[in-house]
Ligand binder design. Structure first.
Ligand SMILES: CC(C)(COP(=O)(O)OP(=O)(O)OC[C@H]1O[C@@H](n2cnc3c(N)ncnc32)[C@H](O)[C@@H]1OP(=O)(O)O)[C@@H](O)C(=O)NCCC(=O)NCCS
Length: 138
């Protein structure tokens, strides 16, 4: 996985950043941006994703890091939209998406997961740059 993340940074100049909690831990997970690596009705597009070590969950850290990643994507990279994907039952991740101001768009079948597999159904959330700008505190 690290190899794939490094490759993405080399190719695109951005990716899934390592998360450091200054003074507490040098590495608690990753949060960042990545090109969606499969083809479907809503690709090509850039997604925001996250994974933190379990002991750091529930402190608002994913949301805080993701806000910084969205700002980088919209302001620095000039993206017009950022999406996020997960399985319907991943309530924590969906809550992070909602706290970021992302809106549920549709359910879809993940093309990389075999038909009939319980994780094949996914939810897609979207956020345009315009929506993101309007959500920023003035
Ligand atoms: C998803 C993940 C990054 C969230 O990290 P986090 O730092 O705990 O997220 P936050 O604290 O910013 O927000 C979590 C929200 O989910 C809520 N939540 C937590 N457990 C919940 C549950 N069982 N049901 C509903 N909401 C829940 C929290 O209350 C919080 O919302 P709130 O601020 O309104 O109270 C973390 O759980 C993780 O790494 N999970 C495993 C990897 C993963 O699923 N990644 C996404 C794959 S698509």
């Amino acid at each position: 996985m690290f190899g794939r993340i490094e490759e993405h940074f080399k190719k695109h100049g951005y990716g899934l950043w390592a998360v450091e909690l200054p003074g507490q831990s040098p590495f608690i997970g990753f949060i960042g941006l990545a090109e969606v690596s499969f083809e479907t009705s809503f690709t090509p597009c850039v997604e925001i994703g996250w994974r933190l070590a379990r002991s750091w969950w529930g402190r608002g850290l994913a949301t805080e890091g993701a806000q910084a990643a969205l700002a980088y994507g919209f302001q620095h990279l000039g993206l017009s939209e950022i999406v996020s994907l997960t399985v319907p039952g991943n309530t924590r991740s969906r809550r992070v998406m909602e706290k970021l101001g992302m809106r549920y768009a549709e359910d879809f079948e993940h093309p990389r997961i075999e038909p009939g597999h319980p994780l094949r159904r996914h939810v897609l959330y979207r956020l345009t740059r315009t929506e993101w700008i309007f959500n920023q505190p003035s």
